[in-house]
Design a protein around this ligand. Structure first.
Ligand code: ATP
Length: 285
């Protein structure tokens, strides 16, 4: 295990009755890294994350988060908790406070909170600053959750499906916020069902299925993505043609010679992370 790891997990098991929801996971997230946990419904992502957050206890295995076991935290207690930001999968009950009041209230719990106004802008809730939390739409509530997760200026941020219910524009703004936090040196562990989100943000992704890690890799190399054949498509005689090839450059050159210049509606693409992920999961079924 690396000494710079923010999260270290070895042989993690969580049993519910006869079922191992988490079945021997090894994982290490480096300080300053964005790591995305991917996997189908019920794979064990939330269980793993909530053990790391100290909300669930492990059946077996070793876990260290910022140097402490979240189940005991040793003497670190509140100090440890203050360095960790959490956005849970389910939103908390909306209080009767306004957006501004809610975020300010949470800011008081921390030694060095981020600026409340800045956070409101960062999550795109400026127009709703005086609205009561219970009056927000689902996506706006989720933005408030994210605001509460980052207000304490945490060193390590857990985000469990943070952008569920976000419209596409809000999702892009959220990605920018995550990049800003990374530039500040924060470590981020996120779970998501949006493969484009993982592709856009993560330094590494880990795929979980049935409580076990299937593969940990960069989004570029997962499932051999970097070596996957490219798809070349073009229009010829009114019909779209396609071939899969390991050497698209040669194919494009040949096509260009055949057409005597530009190739109509030429496109060269490699499988995106979602296609690779679906293939991986599909092969396990
Ligand atoms: P999703 O993508 O749907 O959020 P997930 O990967 O986060 O799924 P978990 O919530 O970790 O999955 O659940 C893993 C397994 O553990 C599931 O089979 C679930 O039914 C089971 N499980 C989770 N929490 C409990 C619990 N409190 N009691 C019993 N079984 C549980």
């Amino acid at each position: 295990m690396s000494s710079t790891a923010a999260i270290q997990v070895q042989g993690l098991v969580k049993r519910y009755g006869a079922k191992n929801a988490v079945d021997g996971i090894d994982l290490s997230v480096e300080s300053g890294e964005i790591f995305a946990l991917l996997g189908p419904n019920g794979a064990g992502k939330t269980t793993t994350v909530e053990i790391l957050e100290g909300y669930r206890t492990a059946t077996a295995g070793q876990v260290k988060v910022l140097g402490f076991d979240p189940a005991t935290k040793g003497s670190a207690g509140q100090k440890w908790r203050n360095q960790i930001g959490i956005v849970l999968q389910s939103t908390s009950d909306a209080a009767d406070l306004s957006v501004f009041e809610t975020i300010s209230h949470y800011a008081n719990y921390y030694e060095n909170p981020r600026n409340v106004d800045q956070v409101i802008d960062e999550v795109g809730l400026r127009e709703k600053i005086d609205a009561k939390a219970r009056e927000l739409s689902g996506g706006q509530r989720r933005r408030l959750d994210v605001a509460l997760g980052i207000i304490g200026s945490p060193q390590l941020l857990f985000l469990d499906e943070p952008t569920t219910g976000f419209d596409p524009e809000a999702r892009r703004s959220f990605w920018e916020l995550i990049r800003t936090l990374k530039a500040e040196g924060k470590t981020i562990l996120l779970t998501t069902h949006y493969l484009d989100e993982a592709q856009a943000l993560a330094d590494r992704v880990g795929v979980i299925n049935n409580g076990q890690i299937i593969e940990i890799a960069t989004p570029q190399t997962l499932g051999g993505r970097n070596n996957a054949p490219a798809k070349v498509t073009w229009l010829e005689n009114g019909v779209t043609n396609q071939i899969h090839t390991k050497d698209p450059t040669t194919e494009v050159l040949k096509l260009s010679q055949r057409f005597g210049g530009s190739v109509p509606e030429l496109e060269v693409s490699r499988p995106n992370l979602e296609e690779i992920y679906l293939k991986m999961i599909g092969e396990l079924r």
